[in-house]
Design a protein around this ligand. Structure first.
Ligand code: SF4
Length: 742
């Protein structure tokens, strides 16, 4: 490999990168915390390390550490990168004295305390870059860091650059890397290029890293960093690493390392970013909106917008990540201490990447304007969209690919979906005038995402248990009809005292108020329980409900139709097959229903894809579904979030894509895609209407379920408010019946 021409090597590296990582290039929004700039080593290229006389204090104080971390947190960072010199207390009495005065034995002890402080006070995820550490030192940092790192740099013994650096002994570096593997620490390492080593030396270092990774799987990324001479250092007159050597080395890293290992080149150390991408990197490393690169202070970080533009110009998409990469985020039991698991989960999206904005379903933060971005899709997303344009049906793998869309790809997916929407149902935006009646919030089930139910074991987070009496149901229906509603939506908890007849009594109470109003009610769980409690086959029970006035069933209780996820979210509820069977039975007796999906709590996109494929297959069989309704998880007051076992719902990108991908996946099967304004908010719903959605659902007097979970959007939206929502889009708002009549 050492004699292979750079262009040949980079072409091979690009292929490997594209196969393993697609078009995605990541970066970590972070703040740098230079805990101490004292170091016992004297590397020939370093300007980071200072003499004690040049520093006001040997270490940053806890207050200074927190101030930097807080400024990063406010600027949207996820990572606190602690950079520091190696064991300064061994060389400088002033450092040893400072540590002793503050109650610490070593720099690593103080680092542990400061990582914990930042984690607890700001939620930023600490990454410690403390040099060559011993097994027990790495172990002491594991409970307070999400990842750790140490550059191998080079394994050449006695290199001039390292002659006065006792910690740069190759054996010490490799031992640290190995100990990190034994401790299952997601680890960042890398090589320095151009400090006097040869190509063979670089290959040897990369091979040693690859071997350690093959043993333990701990190497999440390898940084390929080019040497730049700095004035005032021993190597000030040494020539900088030639661009050609950097490109060759990046490509070599990509080819020597197992393909899953991420390869990074710092964007602030090269004037032109495109050649780095072309050499095979898939990560830009840490980029700070608030702090300088303390190791290379003369080279400012590019703004994220500049990085994004350069990345997209090269046909890639840019995604923010956490300090710990998705492969490790999605396997927390192995790679993260229990102390870190929720901190990581709380900042991650469904793919294990970083949440990119502060939006959450039902919250007050406005969504980002994702459809304003220009550009076009490349890579796998573009390939799937090309198939969609040819009329091909998307399967599980293609759906997962569409959910991976970022940057301009999101707009491309939304545009494809909106084109299908126009072809299928035209420009009208529909809604139904309806009222929700949640007749009881008492429930024997223990769905962990549900803040609405008040069972004996629930957390009783909001409100108290209630059961409406039948007269009150009649009164509410009469009131709704007087106000022009054409539908009532009946849903509630599964009260321990209900028998199968209860649901028939509810239907009677509705009919007592109105002969005409459309009764949309009773989830698959409710009808399955009703049939079970009355001891009759589900189909016969559904016929009795139909004869008593029931017309359509809501799809809720579907949550995610993937039993592995249901085992976490709602272990005692009906399973996937029972949900499908209830809807199959309903369709067979002439009752129609819809498909919902409650997403963003714990699952990954593959479960969303399975949900779509399974419901689409049933629709092909029965034709009974009227619409698809994405219901983003509203996290705030739910038991599972409060128990620190769920994410804070989908990101806005994920929620928008759920509508768009739904439109694409259900093409030719389900014509109507509905957005829930309760969960998406007005601005969010408006963007969904440009991503394949044609229906706004109901006006929903008395929406209780999302509000119980903490949603702040209103309980009701009148026709005028819906008109205002739609007006900027220039599309007509049309009132419909439940079954999409006019
Ligand atoms: S989601 Fe429904 S079944 Fe589950 S606890 Fe809440 S009310 Fe009960």
């Amino acid at each position: 490999m050492k004699d292979t021409a750079t262009d040949e090597l980079t072409a091979a590296a690009r292929k490997v990168r594209d196969r393993a990582h697609g078009t995605r290039v990541t970066y970590s929004p972070k703040v740098f915390i230079p805990l101490t700039m004292l170091c016992r080593d004297r590397c020939g290229y370093c300007t980071f390390a200072k003499a004690p006389a040049r520093l006001p204090t040997p270490y940053l104080s806890p207050e200074e550490v927190l101030a930097v971390a807080r400024s990063g947190s406010a600027a949207g960072c996820h990572e606190a990168l602690f950079t520091l010199g190696e064991r300064p207390e061994v060389r400088y009495p002033t450092a040893a004295r400072w540590l002793a005065e503050h109650g610490y034995g070593t720099t690593v002890d103080y680092l542990v305390a400061m990582c914990r402080l930042v984690l607890e006070e700001t939620g930023l995820l600490p990454h410690a870059n403390a040099g060559a550490l011993y097994h027990e030192e790495l172990a002491s940092l594991r409970p307070v860091t999400a990842s750790q790192g140490m550059m191998v740099e080079t394994l050449v013994p006695g290199l001039a650059a390292h002659r006065r650096a006792p910690d740069k002994l190759p054996a010490r570096r490799l031992a640290t890397l190995e100990a990190a593997g034994e401790l299952a620490i997601p680890f960042t390492t890398g090589i320095l290029v151009g400090i006097g080593e040869t190509r063979e030396d670089r290959l040897a270092a990369l091979e040693a890293i690859a071997e350690s990774h093959r043993r333990h799987g701990q190497v999440q990324e390898v940084i390929v960093q080019n040497f730049l001479p700095k004035p005032g250092t021993a190597m000030a007159t040494h020539p900088p690493c030639p661009q050609e050597e950097l490109r060759w080395s990046i490509a070599a890293a990509r080819l020597v390392l197992p393909p899953e290992v991420h390869v990074q080149a710092p964007p602030n150390l090269s004037d032109d970013l495109e050649p780095l991408l072309a050499a095979g990197i898939d990560d830009w490393g840490g980029v700070s909106p608030v702090t300088a690169d303390h190791v290379n202070p003369e080279r400012a970080w590019p703004a994220v917008d500049v990085l994004r533009a350069a990345t997209e110009a090269a046909g890639h998409t840019l995604a923010a990540r956490l300090t710990v990469y998705p492969e490790y985020v999605l396997e927390p039991e192995r790679w993260l201490e229990p102390t870190l698991r929720f901190a990581v989960l709380d900042r991650s999206d469904a793919e294990g990447l970083a949440r990119e904005d502060g939006w959450c379903s039902g919250g007050e933060t406005p969504p980002p304007a994702l459809l304003k971005r220009s550009g076009s899709a490349g890579g796998a997303v573009a390939e799937v969209l090309a198939g969609v344009a040819l009329g091909q049906e998307v399967g599980e793998a293609e759906i997962v690919t569409l959910f991976s869309a970022r940057g301009p790809e999101v707009r491309a997916v939304a545009e494809a979906a909106d084109g299908l929407r126009t072809d299928t149902v035209g420009n009208e935006v529909t809604y139904v005038a309806n009222r929700n009646i949640n007749y009881t919030n008492v429930c024997t089930f223990k769905c962990r995402f549900c803040a609405f139910s008040k069972g004996p074991l629930s957390l009783n987070l909001r409100g108290s248990p209630y059961l409406l009496d039948l007269d009150e149901i009649t009164r509410r229906v009469a009131e709704a009809e007087a106000e022009g509603a054409t539908e009532v939506c009946l849903q509630g908890g599964i009260h321990p005292n209900f028998d199968g007849e209860y649901y028939l009594h509810v239907l009677g109470a509705v009919r007592a108020a109105s002969e005409r109003i459309h009764i949309h009610g009773f989830t698959a769980l409710e009808v399955t329980e009703g049939a079970r409690r009355s001891g009759e086959p589900l189909t016969e029970y559904l016929v009795r409900l139909r004869e008593a006035g029931l017309r359509t069933l809501p799809g809720t209780a579907a949550e995610i139709l993937d039993d592995d996820v249901r085992a976490v979210l709602c272990p005692d509820k009906i399973n996937t097959e029972q949900w499908l069977e209830a809807h199959r039975a309903a369709h067979s007796v002439g009752l129609r229903s819809n498909v919902t999906i409650m997403f963003g709590a714990v699952e990954q996109p593959v479960s969303w894809a399975r949900h779509m494929v399974r419901t689409r297959a049933l629709q092909r069989e029965t034709g009974g579904f009227t619409e698809f309704v994405p219901l983003p998880f509203v996290h705030m007051a739910t038991p599972i979030y409060l128990q620190r076992r769920a994410r804070r719902g989908p990101t806005f990108r994920e929620a928008l894509l759920m509508h768009a991908v739904g439109r694409i996946a259900y093409r030719g099967a389900i014509d109507n895609i509905q957005v829930s304004w309760v969960k998406m908010g007005v601005e969010g719903a408006r963007q969904c209407l440009q991503a394949g959605v044609n229906d706004l659902g109901g006006t929903l007097m008395d929406e209780n379920i999302s509000r119980a979970a903490g949603a702040s959007h209103g309980q009701r939206m009148g026709a005028q408010e819906l008109a205002a929502l739609v007006a900027p889009l220039g599309r007509p708002l049309v009132r419909r019946t439940t079954l999409y009549g006019r």
